[in-house]
Design a binder for this molecule. Structure first.
Ligand SMILES: [Zn+2]
Ligand SMILES: [Zn+2]
Length: 372
C-alpha cells in the first residue's frame, strides 16, 4: 500500500474526524515534515465551537474544515536533491509560504506578511497554507494538524540537538509571537511590561518579559491562568475591574510614570483601553490579541499624540528574530516556564478533548501529538 497522510478535520462545530489523504507532493524548495507536535491555536476556539474561520490580512482565509493548524515541530521526511536540509533533521516550522521577493521576505519580517500569504500566486485561487498545498500540486500537507505537512525550506529552522520538541514547539504563537513583538518594542531589563487579557498569547509575552528581566504586571481575572502566572514568577496580578486598578499599576512603575510597555493579548476593547491608559508618555502600546470585528473608538490626538504613544502589533515571528528566539529556548528557566504554560498534551486521536478544554479556558497552551 502506498504511503498516506492522516489529516484532522472539523466537519461540523464540536465534531472532529481523522481522514486519510494522499501523501503530500513537493516542488524544489519545499520539504515534507513528519509533524510531532502541532500546538493548538484558534482551531480550538472559534473554529471548534462556531466554525468561524479567520480572515487573513489581504482578505483571504487560511483554514478550512479539512485544513487546520499552523504551528509545529517535526522531522524532515522528504526533500529534493540539493536542499539545505536532509531527511531526519529536526525542525521548527514557521507557518506559511515564502516567495523570496516581497518586502517581508527581503527584510526578514514575519512570513504572515509575505505576498504569497496575502495574494494568490499566478494561476492560484487560495493563499497561505491552502495556497502552498495547491502550489505544490498536492492533495494534502498544507496544514499542521496532520501526520505530514509541507513547508518552504526558508521557513524551517533546524532544532539544536539539546532542545526538546516540547520546548521548541513554543516558538510559534505562544512564546514566539510574544518574543518577536518584544524585539519590535525593544523590551529591556528593568522595564515594566503590562500584560492584559491572559490566554496563551499573553503567557508567551510573560515568559519573554521575565526572560528579559523586565517586571511583569498582569491585568487578569481567570483564576486558573492567574495560578499559572504565579507559578511562572509573576509577582503583580491586578483585577482590571478594581476601581483603582490604574493607581495600582502606576504604583509599581518608576516614579508612578506608567508602564514602559502595555501589551494587549485578548483583542477586547476593554483591555485595549486599559493598555492605552497605563502606558507612560512615549511608551509602547502593543496589540497582540485576536478578536475579529472588535472596535476601539478613540481620538488620535488624545490617545496617541498627547501621550506620544507608539502603537504596534504583528502576527507570528519575524525571520530576523528566529535565532535569538531559539537561543532563548535553550535557557533552563525559560524552559521551566514553558513547562508551566503547556498544561495539556493530547494525541491527535483525542483532539476533541483538547479543543473542549481550550474553549473552557481552564488551560494554558495545549499540544497535539500528531503521530498518535
Ligand atoms: Zn515573500
Ligand atoms: Zn497560532
Amino acid at each position: 500500500m502506498s504511503k498516506q497522510n492522516t489529516v484532522l478535520t472539523i466537519p461540523e462545530p464540536g465534531q472532529f474526524a481523522l481522514e486519510e489523504r494522499p501523501f503530500p507532493r513537493i516542488k524544489p524548495g519545499y520539504a515534507i515534515i513528519r509533524t510531532e507536535i502541532a500546538p493548538v491555536c484558534l482551531e480550538g476556539t472559534r473554529i471548534w465551537s462556531r466554525h468561524e474561520f479567520e480572515e487573513l490580512f489581504g482578505g483571504y482565509r487560511s483554514d478550512y474544515p479539512d485544513g487546520l493548524g499552523h504551528e509545529g515541530v517535526g522531522v524532515i521526511e522528504e526533500v529534493h536533491p540539493g536542499s539545505d536540509f536532509k531527511v531526519g533533521d529536526r525542525v521548527i516550522v514557521f507557518q506559511g509560504d515564502h516567495c523570496g521577493q516581497c518586502h517581508s521576505c527581503r527584510n526578514a519580517l514575519s512570513p504572515t506578511y509575505c505576498d504569497a500569504n496575502i495574494h494568490p500566486r499566478d494561476g492560484q485561487t487560495r493563499v497561505a497554507m491552502a495556497g502552498m498545498q495547491d502550489w505544490n500540486d498536492s492533495e494534502s500537507g498544507g496544514w499542521a494538524m496532520a501526520r505530514y505537512r509541507i513547508a518552504p525550506q526558508a521557513n524551517l529552522y533546524r532544532i539544536p540537538d539539546e532542545l526538546s520538541f516540547k520546548h521548541a514547539a513554543a516558538a510559534n504563537c505562544s512564546l514566539g509571537a510574544g518574543f518577536s513583538n518584544q524585539e519590535l518594542m525593544d523590551v529591556r531589563a528593568g522595564d515594566t511590561v503590562l500584560v492584559a487579557g491572559v490566554g496563551f498569547i499573553a503567557l508567551g509575552h510573560i515568559i519573554s518579559a521575565l526572560y528579559r528581566n523586565a517586571t511583569v504586571i498582569a491585568l487578569a481575572r481567570n483564576p486558573y491562568r492567574c495560578d499559572l502566572m504565579r507559578r511562572m514568577g509573576v509577582a503583580h496580578i491586578i483585577d482590571p475591574d478594581d476601581s483603582d486598578w490604574l493607581e495600582q499599576v502606576k504604583a509599581l512603575t518608576y516614579q508612578g510614570q506608567g508602564v514602559d510597555h502595555a501589551v494587549e493579548c485578548s483583542g477586547a476593547a476593554y483591555y485595549q483601553e486599559r493598555c492605552m491608559d497605563a502606558a507612560r508618555i512615549y511608551g509602547n502600546v502593543n496589540f497582540s490579541g485576536h478578536m475579529p470585528d472588535e472596535k476601539l473608538d478613540f481620538v488620535a490626538l488624545d490617545r496617541v499624540t498627547h501621550p506620544a504613544h507608539k502603537l504596534s502589533g504583528q502576527h507570528d515571528v519575524r525571520v530576523l528574530d528566529r535565532e535569538r528566539l531559539v537561543r532563548a529556548l535553550l535557557d533552563k528557566d525559560l524552559q521551566r516556564m514553558i513547562d508551566v504554560m503547556v498544561t495539556h498534551e493530547f494525541p491527535m486521536s483525542r483532539a476533541g478533548e483538547a479543543f473542549d478544554i481550550q474553549v473552557s479556558k481552564q488551560c494554558g497552551k495545549i499540544y497535539l501529538y500528531t503521530q498518535q
